[in-house]
Write a protein that binds this ligand. Structure first.
Ligand code: AP5
Ligand code: MG
Ligand code: ZN
Length: 229
């Protein structure tokens, strides 16, 4: 795999099942790499909280843990990417989620003479994913993920990243039924996308079951960037 030359123009995909830590690692990598973080789930939740037509369309699919139809999702994400300045790097989180989305992304980038540089696949076992998602809270404002205190069991009250202390809440799709369906959908529809990227030689598998900091180190290692930390 070729080393990353210019981190600021890196085009990266954070790939992994629900609860793998894509959002958590994105927060850390965003600061380190100075590239945009584009999370399809965050974009949908933004539409939901603003009561847009797109948000209303997505709501039922999201609450059940099903994929929102490609006709809506692909345009929403590709609009963001294709309106960026040419050399600006980005990190996709939660997209692509099926082979149709992966092909649409490849085609849109190829039309701009670009390609994805690296796909980081964060691997975590299903039982740990279920444990994490039942303890997960997020900031309503910036969507940063938090976890319940392991000793007291208390949820955090305010976001430490938002100046005015963003409100913390539990996502509607972190119910046991929706989580179970999200895992089923991941294994059936999303995991096959890994083969698509493995064939292009840009896929790096990293273990996501250690601490947040060590997963971050593995991610930077996979990008050949550890020594600069
Ligand atoms: P989306 O928002 O993308 O959700 P997801 O893929 O299910 O992933 P999560 O956000 O739940 O997990 P994460 O990997 O970001 O983990 P996190 O860092 O929060 O999608 C939601 C829905 O939108 C979909 O179901 C679908 O309906 C729709 N949608 C989105 N994209 C779509 C697309 N492309 N096509 C169609 N539909 C789409 O971490 C989880 C918890 O674990 C946190 O509490 C965190 O603090 C903790 N944690 C993180 N890392 C560690 C660690 N190393 N050790 C211990 N705890 C950790
Ligand atoms: Mg997320
Ligand atoms: Zn916040």
């Amino acid at each position: 795999m070729t080393a990353i030359q210019n981190a600021g123009s890196l085009r990266l995909i954070l790939f992994g099942p629900p609860g793998a830590g894509k959002g958590t690692q994105a927060q850390l990598l965003k600061e380190r790499l100075e590239i945009d973080h584009i999370s399809s789930g965050d974009l949908f939740r933004h539409h939901l909280s603003n009561g847009t037509e797109l948000g209303e369309l997505a709501r039922g699919y999201m609450n059940r843990g099903d994929l929102v139809p490609d006709e809506v999702t692909i345009g929403m994400v590709l609009d963001r990417i294709t309106t960026m300045p040419d050399g600006q790097g980005f990190m996709l989180d939660g997209f692509p989620r099926n082979t149709n989305q992966a092909k649409a992304l490849d085609d849109a980038l190829a039309q701009r003479g670009q390609r994805i540089d690296r796909v980081l696949h964060i691997k975590v076992a299903d039982n740990e994913l279920i444990r994490r998602l039942s303890n997960r809270y997020i900031c309503r404002n910036c969507q940063k993920p938090f976890t319940r205190d392991p000793v007291s069991g208390d949820a955090p009250r305010r976001c430490d990243d938002c100046a005015d202390g963003g409100d913390i809440y539990q996502r509607d799709d972190d119910t046991p039924d929706a989580v179970a369906n999200r895992l089923t959908v991941y294994h059936a529809e999303t995991a096959p996308v890994l083969d698509f990227y493995r064939e292009s030689g840009i896929l790096a598998d990293i273990r996501g079951d250690s601490t947040v900091e060590s997963v971050n180190r593995l991610a930077l290692d996979a990008l050949g960037l550890t020594s600069e930390v």
